[in-house]
Design a protein around this ligand. Sequence first.
Ligand code: AGP
Length: 366
Amino acid sequence: ARADLDRFSHYMGKEISEQPAMLADALARLGTRPDLRALVGDDGTRRLSAVDAIVLIASGSSYHAALTARYWLEGLAGIPTTVELASEFRYMDAVLQQNTLAIGLSQSGETADTLAALRHAQQLGASVTMGVSNARNSSLMRLAQLQLIHEVGPEIAVTSTKTFSAQLLLLYLLSLGLAQQRGHMTPALQQQAHSNLLHLPRATQAVLALEPTLDQWAQRLARSEHLFCIGRHYNYPIALQGALKMQEVAYVYAEGHPGGELKHGPLALVDARLPVIACLPWNRLAEKLLANLQEVRARHGELFVLSDAGLTQADRLNIARMPADLHDLNPILYVIALQLLAFRIAICKGNEIDTPRYLAKSFATE
Ligand code: AGP
């Protein structure tokens, strides 16, 4: 084993467990109050004040981080936002709104499609470009006019875990800064955001403490040939990301769906052999998602539910008790649980974890 693996058997496990400390460090650096200047400096703050729309461009996990961020950029800052897959957008005759900020997200900063798509956005008339990356000296950082750098240390495992959470944290802070700049930040909102951020590192630690339960789930799920991950609202992209983790390291055929879409097709596949993993924070959409889970149960699908509500285990209904609601920051908690679950399934199956078959850390060439 490599010395820097410490007590861990795999980099993926190490990087998952680094997240509470990584988030605490990032918050110590960036603060828990909205502060655009701390993120992008005076010039960046001035440029962003003229922005009327945002397009987020990324691939793979970074695309799922972008999908999550849309809920914050629109919900908190009130800025019309679209999210594009880099490999598609770069060849698209897209129409950008006036004064569009184009943001390329790439933990490596070297994904060829993302670089090409950001250049394409510039050609289409984007008024400002921004890069979000883990790599300060990357091509993306050189290309973009504004830089958001998370630098949470190298991520060795091909499957991204801690850089995904770092992207989410930075995009949440950016959304808060933009909300404040646009006068959308009420004292109540600011207080809630501050408290979410303050409690985040400890809450992620509590998610990691679920490992024994998730390991029990993993032993059962390792026997499944396919599964669904579902969520709603900001946890819909997290369901997509959970499914991607399952594909990448657990080698399970997995699909992510928004709960409300099951009845429009995927439900036809649900039976006793198709387990469904659900992200169920107890919020205004919880009742809706519960109704979706009932649809699964009626078809004998086994449920594995991550929730902060005091739900009771039942036959074919497994519950892992998540830490208390962090509102807009819930996606970080739920994704860490799904990362850990995928990791544990991969361990049970004896898979190659840090370097999954056919995959690479970044696709800098085409
Ligand atoms: C993540 O687990 C994958 N390795 C992959 O989807 C990755 O997110 C994608 O290739 C984009 O990489 P980037 O963030 O470095 O641009």
